[in-house]
Write a protein that binds this ligand. Structure first.
Ligand SMILES: [Ca+2]
Length: 235
């Protein structure tokens, strides 16, 4: 677990204390968001497995690999994720000829204002700073890049059979509308169809909306008023 995740947890705990029990609770919206035991709660395309090489919650994480001669073609991955190649192309300027990859997906129910978060890192055997492979996620058809082999910083010593890996990072998004939502994580080969790149994911959580800051202030005023009233009585 990296420092930013610890800080986020501390902040969440503080908010819970301030709200006196009305804190955000992880709901059952995401099934097996901890990626432990097996992937039966998720659907997969291509090469997706549990890894015990690195995790931020429990013993396992999901490892989504776009490998040599990758198993699923890029168009089917895009379709599986509820989007299309053009949308993926739009988030990866300078990348061409998407070939194959893998993806992990789950459809879940959430109410508007809920917070979705997950931990992720990108792993690769490619030469860094070349526009080869990339990792991404898609939420309700909107694709967002998570990492690629074209960045010139962030990679350090590898893990799980990959020569380079980024540190764990956390992505947080607010769910805009109540209802059913599709979340997909993926890794794609581009330019060629060889030398593996993967996305590692763990700790996918959905938290209910936290009360507005205004209600904290009212709660604080109420507590202060109670305190003042007690002082007065004691005199
Ligand atoms: Ca885990």
């Amino acid at each position: 677990m990296n420092k930013s995740i610890i800080r986020n947890n501390l902040a969440a705990t503080l908010i819970c204390v301030l709200a006196l029990g009305a804190c955000a609770q992880a709901s059952a919206g995401i099934a097996n968001g901890n990626l432990e035991g097996n992937l039966s709660q998720w659907t997969t395309s291509g090469t997706v497995a549990l890894s015990n090489a690195s995790s931020t919650k429990g013993q396992n994480s999901a490892l989504i690999t776009a490998a040599d001669g990758g198993p699923s073609n890029a168009s089917s991955i895009a379709s599986f994720a509820g989007t299309n190649i053009a949308s993926l192309q739009a988030i990866k300027s300078g990348y061409t000829n998407f070939t194959t990859g893998s993806a992990l997906s789950q459809t879940f129910t959430a109410s508007a204002g809920s917070t979705l978060s997950f931990d992720f890192r990108t792993l690769t055997n490619e030469a860094i700073t070349s526009p080869w492979d990339f990792t991404f996620f898609v939420l309700d058809g909107v694709a967002i890049s998570l990492g690629d082999t074209n960045i010139n910083s962030g990679f350090s010593t590898g893990v799980a059979g990959f020569s380079h890996a980024t540190a764990w990072d956390t992505f947080t998004a607010t769910i805009a509308s109540s209802g059913s939502h599709q979340l997909t994580f993926g890794a794609l080969q581009a330019g060629d169809n060889g030398v593996a790149t993967a996305l590692m994911v763990d700790n996918v959580t959905l938290s209910a909306k936290v009360p507005e800051p205004g209600s904290f202030a009212l709660l604080g005023l109420a507590a202060f008023g109670l305190f003042a009233a007690r002082r007065k009585t004691a005199k």
